[in-house]
Write a protein that binds this ligand. Structure first.
Ligand code: NAP
Length: 574
């Protein structure tokens, strides 16, 4: 096997094949080499251990310091960035607009940083995150190339012992899991992968030096957001590109463009209003919402609105807000789905290919995360691009020469997995977390994640999750949600300290009520019907639970505010 899995990340890519699974499972479940001690046989003691140095971990470090807490961030990668450190595949960029996908906590930072495009590329976002780390002198409290393997709560001392794969140990009053919602990559279990004579890569573990596809026969498996972003760029370089599609998803054009001086000046002059308006929208994004139902307007008006969102208004997630009931009402949803299908048929010249790219009727528009692309459907008009339907003819195995489906072998030099993540719970379950009575979080979550407010778990005192399951997280502008959680958790810690409480724990009843509420709100929408990673459908055997909170950013913020104002209802401080 000649594959690229960076040594930093080797234990993160979920290689589910029987042989390969052993490698990963060993890495993930292994005990620290010398549990409990660092090199000098002393556990390093801090107030807060923060796991992960992406947006969430960096901001938590900044806020912890401001609150007078000592903190240590532990990060598996060689540098800051989190998801933006690992996902370096061609075409990787954020599909939330750069002006919004950025920190709001420091007005000077907001003014001094200038984004070059409406949707920033991965390298530009990584530069921004590094700039933030330097500007606030964060790196001195971050330990890189270290993976947290274990976290155990000591009931007597009311402190966490956090162990790493380097055999070190950290002793901390609080453990903040800033591990990200999409950080455990999933490469599927294909028979024969180890026999492949070419090279293979996963979108979430891309080599820093890049990959030269020039003249190569390339296969891409997966047509979610990552596949849809990389396919147009790989097609430009490859000799022949074969796209293996299992499920056609909906994709809308980004309508990306450079931000000229005037646009930047205007945005910076009105940043406060922009952020305030975003915070009042259901997903925390600055996108004009139309408050009409798709059913109350004429067909002409409906099509005009969809067209405006597809092109004129600026593309991307604006389409989801074309009407107020697209994710609530089957008929409204079908109007949007039909509109996108009509666009696909208009763009893709070969009718059979167009039909294959059209999402089927059983996939409701937006219930699987909407993809945002630049030239995705157009790519299938290129003579060097072939679309293969692996739902009709499933992949049987990887061979030394390529990939065999039930219809025959495709010869390939390079195989790219854009097969997604063990989302939302993967990174949390990857750590052996033990709460009261040695209870394991993995076992506690055997039937799906359970949290109070998406932040805290009963039985796991002094542990907090940033943008965890049960919070708006992946359904929102996640940078906004991260700032909100970090601020809230830090204030909760300060509140407890003022009262001389050194143990903060969610009540089981509050957790039960929250889990019930999260499900109840989700069930009022079409979301749970999609076979998406939102419900864990992409991971064989994962319990089917709708994980994010769909109640909307403003409603969620009001709940957090009420809980804080009530003296942190649902938490026991002792
Ligand atoms: P994904 O959305 O889960 O897509 C994975 C793709 O791989 C799907 O098309 C899936 O098909 C396919 N697949 C998985 N296993 C397969 C198998 N055994 N055989 C054939 N096909 C298989 O993963 P992703 O594209 O990496 O995106 C995940 C999330 O990351 C996104 O939804 C988004 O939230 C985030 N992301 C964001 C950006 C951004 O711009 N901000 C960019 C990239 C990713 P099925 O649909 O049939 O399962």
């Amino acid at each position: 096997m000649d594959s690229h899995v960076s040594s930093e990340r080797a234990s993160e890519v979920r290689l589910a094949g029987p042989k390969l699974a052993a490698t990963r499972a060993t890495a993930l479940l292994s005990e620290p080499k010398d549990p409990g001690m660092n090199a000098s046989n002393q556990a390093t003691s801090v107030d807060v251990v923060i796991v992960g140095a992406g947006f969430a971990g960096l901001y938590q470090l900044y806020r912890a310091r401001k609150a007078g807490l000592t903190a240590r961030v532990i990060e598996a990668g060689e540098d800051v960035g989190g998801t933006w450190y690992w996902n370096r595949y061609p075409g990787a960029r954020c599909d939330v607009e750069s002006l919004d996908y950025s920190f709001s906590f420091d007005k000077e930072l907001e003014q001094e940083w200038t984004w070059s495009e409406r949707y920033a590329t991965q390298p530009e976002i990584l530069r921004y995150i590094k700039h933030v780390a330097e500007r606030f002198d964060l790196a001195r409290d971050i330990q890189f190339r270290t993976r947290v393997t274990r976290a155990v709560f000591d009931e007597q001392r009311k402190r966490w012992t956090v162990g790493t794969d380097a055999g070190e140990s950290f002793d901390a009053q609080f453990c903040v899991l800033a591990t990200g919602c999409l950080s455990i990559a999933q490469a599927p279990d294909f028979k024969g992968l180890s026999s492949f004579a070419g090279k293979w890569y996963h979108s979430a573990d891309w080599p820093k030096e890049g990959v030269d596809f020039t003249g190569k026969r390339v296969g891409v498996i997966g047509t979610g957001s990552s596949g849809v972003q990389m396919i147009p760029l790989i097609a430009e370089q490859a000799g022949q590109l074969t796209v293996f599609q299992r499920t056609a998803n909906f994709s809308v054009p980004a309508q990306n463009e450079s931000l000229d001086e005037e646009a930047v000046r205007h945005a910076k002059a009105h940043y406060g209003e922009r952020r305030a308006s975003a915070r009042e929208s259901s997903n925390g994004l600055y996108l004009e919402a139309n408050d009409k139902s798709a059913l109350e307007v004429s067909e002409d008006e409906r099509l005009r609105e969809f067209e405006f969102r597809w092109k004129g208004a600026g593309g991307g997630f604006r389409m989801l807000r074309a009407f107020n009931d697209l994710l609530l009402n089957e008929t409204a949803n079908e109007y949007a789905a039909d509109f996108v299908r009509s666009k696909i048929r208009a763009i893709v010249r070969e009718p059979k290919v167009a039909e294959l790219l059209c999402p089927k009727k059983d996939l409701r528009f937006g219930t699987k995360r909407l993809c945002v692309d630049s030239g995705y459907y157009e790519t299938f008009n290129r003579p060097n691009v072939t679309l293969v339907d692996v739902k009709a003819a499933p992949i049987e195995e990887v061979t030394p020469r390529g990939l065999r489906t039930t219809e025959g072998e495709h010869e390939l030099d390079v195989l790219v997995f854009a097969t997604g993540f063990d989302a939302m719970t993967g990174a949390l379950r990857a750590i052996d977390i033990r709460g009261i009575g040695g209870q394991s979080l993995r076992e506690r979550w055997a039937h799906g994640p359970r949290t109070y407010l998406g932040i805290s778990c009963a039985g796991f005192p002094n542990m907090f999750i940033i943008a965890g399951p049960g919070s708006p997280s992946v359904l929102s502008n996640v940078v906004h949600s991260i700032e909100e959680h970090v601020d809230w958790v830090t204030r909760l810690i300060q509140h407890a300290r003022k009262r001389n409480a050194d143990r903060i724990e969610a009540e089981a009843e509050a957790e039960n009520d929250w889990v019930h509420h999260v499900n109840e709100v989700a069930d009022r929408t079409l979301y749970p019907r999609g076979n998406s990673w939102y419900v864990g459908a992409n991971i064989p055997g994962k319990p089917r639970v709708f994980m994010p909170y769909v109640g909307g950013v403003p409603a969620y913020r009001r709940i957090l505010k009420e809980v804080a104002e009530s003296g942190y209802r649902g938490f026991v401080l002792s």
